[in-house]
Structures are given as C-alpha cells and as structure tokens.
Design a protein around this ligand. Sequence first.
Ligand code: PBE
Length: 270
Amino acid sequence: NGETDYSEEVDYTIIGIEPGAGISVTTEAAIEEYDSLQGWSVELSSTAAMMTELRGAIENEEPIVITGWNPHWMFAEYPDMKYLDDPEGIYGGEETLNSLARIGLEEEKPEAYKLIDQFEWNVEDMEAIMYEAEETGKEVEEVAVQWVEDNQDRVAEWVEGVEDVDGVEIELASTPWDSERASSGVLKEVMEQKGFNVTVTELDVAIMFESIATGDADASLGAWLPITHKDFYEAHQDNIVDLGPNLNGAKIGLVVPEYMDIDSIEDLNP
Ligand code: PBE
C-alpha cells in the first residue's frame, strides 16, 4: 500500500531500553502479536544508549524504531517524531502514573499517607524538570528542588491539612528513569520541608512493586498503569494500596522519526 518497507534497513530491530522496564516486556508482546514484526527483535540496553542511537539516526536521516514514552524530553529535543498506530492496542492508550503505598502506612504514618495521596501534577510539569536537567546537565533531583521552590502554590495544595512531623522516616521506592527521578525528587523535597526524613531508592520495576508489597518500602510514585506495569501490578495488587493517579496523560509505544513514511506498526513489514 505504498509505504516503504524499512524492515531490512533497520535490521528487523527495535531499539529498546533496560530489560527490566515495563515497555520492554510490552514490546516483546507486540513482537508476538503483530505479523509485521515477525522475525523482529528488541535490542535491550539502556535509555542512554537508545537516545544515542536515536541522535545518530536523526543526524543522518536514517530509519530507526525506538521504544518511546511521555513524559520524557525526547519529544522536546526531537519534535519531528511520531508514535506508530497500534491497532491491536498492545501499548494501550492513555496511561496514568499511580501512587502506591504499603498496607499499614495510613495507620502508622498518617501525615505521610495524606501528603502522598494529595500529590498530583501533570505531564508539562514533569517534562519541564526533565528537559531542564537534560539541557543544563544538572541532576534531575537538583532541578526538582528548584521546581518546588518556584511552585509553592501547587505545593500548598499537596500539604493542605498535613501536620508537620519531627523526623519521621519515609522510604520511597523509585525506578531508574528521569520521570521517577523528577517525581520522587519533588515529593522528597516537599516531605522534608514538612519534617520527614526521606530516602529514595532506585529499583528495577519488579523489585519496586515487591518492596511495597512486602512493606520494605513505604510508597512509590512510579506505577505506570494500566498497561506498562500490568504484570507487576497484577502480581501484587492484593498486597498494595493503590492511591490512584498522580499524573494523567502518560503514553508508551513504538516511535519513529517523521521522515519515515509509515504510520502504523502494521506498516513496519508491509
Ligand atoms: N518507562 C519510564 C518505564 C517506567 C518509566 C516507561 C521507560 C517502564 O517501565 O517502561
């Protein structure tokens, strides 16, 4: 139907990220499901390596297929990219980033529970932090602290009705992506201003969920639902408290540069 067949040019390879990521699991499912991805594989390494390959491809106007998502700075840095249509719905539609708490947190540390439950922001907030860190070379956590200072009106809504505490320890389980460095960094700063003593630990997604379920960690902001972390969520949902979305409008999928004249995953090997 007129589209270019890029499969040989990209060597039947999707450029992916860390093996522990939800999007890596989802991409394996897409390869199983789509006829157009028969014989394809996903090259798993790291987000940084994927971004390096993307940069090289775009500089040379070569075809490339990556695993992409929002919130991230990739679309600010490379605005001429598009998500491929996903008629089978493997990657789902709009995702939310949900906050999770361990069972018992509400009773044992009610002020922490209340604050975490009240924390919510949006894609633009998170991407602003991620993009500034990328552009300036500053740590995401450092930019997050500045964001809290600059957005005290927003912060006021999260801490409404939350009493100050004196050094209550909080273990936040996070994952190793800038999106969660941003949210955890913001929440840590806000909680510390209320007197909490917050530790953020970056874990594989599977371990993040497990640590909330076992009670090793108090809470996490990094559950991508309903699709990206479906398997992990379903494995642990009876042993975690889902506080609902802290961010709406997230998305994952296969992403290509605009100069590739295809629109759908089904066009990858027409
Ligand atoms: N991500 C970013 C992660 C979660 C945060 C979409 C790359 C994933 O598990 O796929």
